[in-house]
Write a protein that binds this ligand. Sequence first.
Ligand code: DGL
Length: 275
Amino acid sequence: MTGIFDSGVGGLSVYREIRKLLPGEDYIYFSDNAHCPYGEKPVEYVVDRAFRITEMLVSRGADIIVVACNTATAAAISSLRQAFSDPEDPAVRQRVLALSDGRRDHVKFIGMEPAVKPAVSLTRSGVVGVLATAGTLKAEKYRHTRDLAHDRITVVEHVGQGFVELVERGELSGPDAEKVVRASVQPLLDKGADTIVLGCTHYPFLADTIRKVAGPDVTIIDPAPAVARHVVEVMEEDGVLSAGQVAELSSDHKGHSVFLSSGPDDVLKRMLSML
Ligand code: DGL
């Protein structure tokens, strides 16, 4: 079973891509909306949430965890890997065997990263805009990727101010959403960006509004399809699934998905009916 979590409904943009490739897999999705947004919270807070959610997902049967949140990936994925994914470490083995009821001795993690690399080859103006949360933009992991790209192009950044709140309210379009989106997208356009990377999993749900504001000449990149392909690779490489099983899960449409949330579930339900 694949466990997926985010601070809210944003990770559904990743879930829908993984499910397209593996419709026969079982999924458990956790929206931590009682603690949303993560983007402005201290790193320790996000790490603590990531650990609690991972333990819950593993105890409910997940053996691979997709951290479908850029902010949580930047804050916590290294510590999560250290604590849950090294079968050579007896303490890790024990922890995971106990949590998973003896099913597995390690857990695989897949995280999100702003898709700066593909943007480098797509930009014609040489200016790439990155929209992400404050937490992601100040994280070491992102800054490293950005600095590498800086040798070849200019990267300009902006926090998608109020974007997560819009999506968590299920408000994806309309004049008010457009106004909020414009306030963060226009500064990137003013600096010459012709390619915009969506560095937060909530933002793809605003893609139509972002496109409307940015115009038809701007390319918008959502990393979710690439992450979904990576999930399939990791499953095969790590032996979570054999190639034959992956093929079966790709063609069988009978997988089950369970959705849980730490807060009210009305928007989660609404977004799911939309997907
Ligand atoms: N969807 C998340 C991300 O990718 C978190 C947004 C938030 O909670 O601030 O960064």
